[in-house]
Design a protein around this ligand. Structure first.
Ligand SMILES: [Zn+2]
Ligand SMILES: [Zn+2]
Length: 433
């Protein structure tokens, strides 16, 4: 069984693939996808090519979002083939993506499914079953509970144990689990003293008001899936509560496609503000690769553009390079960015510093205003630890974190759960569960 088949966010070409060689000779019966972010689903067509007999399972929303994301990824890779001279790109084609997605099977949440894709009888002890459970991270996201031979292995995927503006908190198993494979994204950041989502929203609204008064336009680098819709919902709330005057919002084409899916599924998925139709009520204007170059840097405009990490040649990167040297304007960060990404480098350098957002172009002086807000779609390390303590599994396998984040989680869990074995797996090395 393979859990997730993503694309490495920092590597390119074949190096961005998961390490599939160590399992090349194995019979893989199923590929289970937790959610449709690039680092979890981004190379699924390649995985399906390598394991042609595997069945592929995910939630219905993940399937809908995933197919849009993979087709977009084909376009991006095709462009990069020229731009960065990556001859292996695209790693898969539009046709292959269509054929692959026809073979995906949609799983309802909270239901035991057998590997044959059927609903498994409750008391089936010996056969292998799995179950998808709401992870509260982005639309369609799920943790995956695998049961076999009386043992339970639970993979959290990307999780949030707290409500966001749209997403509702995870509903994860409370029963005894033998093994937990846990994400650690925020392991290197303590929850700030006194932080609440409500107070952070107020701080954000005040920052917008101040920026607009000064005559600024504001760029918010966001992931197309999840953070864009959360930001749109927040901005809509600010307008409705009259915390801010009317102002235009701009998003990218891929973000608008995902927002459409959020809107269409508003009544069939578990979420907050089920009546809010973002495309109609937040009414963002949609920019593309061309129009982002001419978009005016006018006061009171909000540009919520992807990518969240400001990868070169994405809308947020192109737009940031236009405003970064102008002290009038502002960039607001609202979520996670890996420290080596352009967004991470920009945050690190800060106003007065210098940064090369695109390695192919000269570095620039940072003169714009930069503010940071905490609206991560990932669980705080405190809630991850609390969940692990409640379940106290026999083994905990730590994944999906930068080394300092994983190390903090390892040290803390080892100290607080002496009865559990805490494992930090090395890529390609076998671990006995
Ligand atoms: Zn994710
Ligand atoms: Zn992830």
């Amino acid at each position: 069984m393979v859990l997730d088949c993503g694309m490495h966010p920092k590597n390119t070409g074949e190096d961005a693939l998961p390490l599939l060689t160590p399992i090349a000779g194995r019979e893989i019966e199923a590929v289970l996808i937790s959610h449709a972010h690039q680092d979890h689903i981004g190379t699924l067509p390649v995985g399906m090519r390598r394991f042609p007999r595997a069945r592929v399972f995910m939630t219905e929303a993940t399937a809908e979002v995933g197919s849009v994301l993979l087709h977009n990824s084909v376009n991006v890779m095709t462009r990069q083939r020229e731009e960065i001279g990556e001859r292996s790109y695209p790693l898969f084609t539009h046709r292959e993506t269509d054929r692959a997605s026809e073979r995906w099977r949609w799983c309802p949440l909270r239901q035991r499914i057998s590997i044959a894709g059927e609903r498994a009888p409750q008391r089936e002890r010996d056969s292998l079953t799995f179950e998808f459970l709401e992870a509260g991270h982005v639309l369609g996201s799920a943790g995956i509970l695998v049961r076999a031979e009386g043992q339970a292995v639970f993979y959290t995927g990307d999780v949030n144990f707290d409500d966001q503006t749209i997403m509702q908190a995870a509903i994860f198993p409370e029963e005894k689990l033998d093994v937990m494979i846990m994400e650690c994204t925020r392991g290197d950041h303590a929850k700030p003293e006194g932080w609440t989502r409500a107070s952070e929203e107020r701080r954000l609204a005040e920052a917008f008001a101040k920026a607009f008064d000064r005559g600024a336009c504001v760029l918010i680098p966001v992931f197309a899936l999840g953070k864009t819709q959360e930001v749109l919902a927040m901005l809509h709330k600010f307008r409705r509560q009259r915390l801010l005057p009317e102002f235009p919002i701009y998003i990218g084409g891929l973000s608008s496609k995902f927002t459409d899916i959020y809107d269409r599924r508003a009544h069939t998925t578990r979420r907050q503000l089920p009546h809010l139709q973002l495309m109609r009520e937040a009414a963002p204007f949609v920019l593309n690769d061309e129009t982002v170059r001419d978009a005016t840097l006018r006061a009171g405009r909000v540009y919520a553009l992807s990518s969240g990490m400001m990868i070169p040649n994405t809308l947020s990167n192109v737009f940031a390079r236009r405003l970064i040297e102008n002290p009038l304007h502002a960039i607001f960060f609202v979520g996670y960015a890996s420290p080596e990404s352009p967004a991470g480098l920009l945050r690190e350098a800060g106003p007065g510093g210098e940064v090369a957002l695109d390695p192919g172009k000269p570095p620039q002086h940072i003169r714009c205003n930069i503010e940071q807000f905490q609206f991560s779609a990932h669980a705080t390390r405190e809630t991850l630890i609390a969940y692990a303590r409640k379940i106290s599994p026999r083994k905990i396998v730590l994944v999906h974190g930068d080394p300092p984040a994983v190390e903090w989680m390892r040290a803390t869990l080892s100290a607080e759960l002496p009865g559990s074995e805490v494992i930090v797996p090395a890529p390609g090395v076998e671990v006995q569960l």
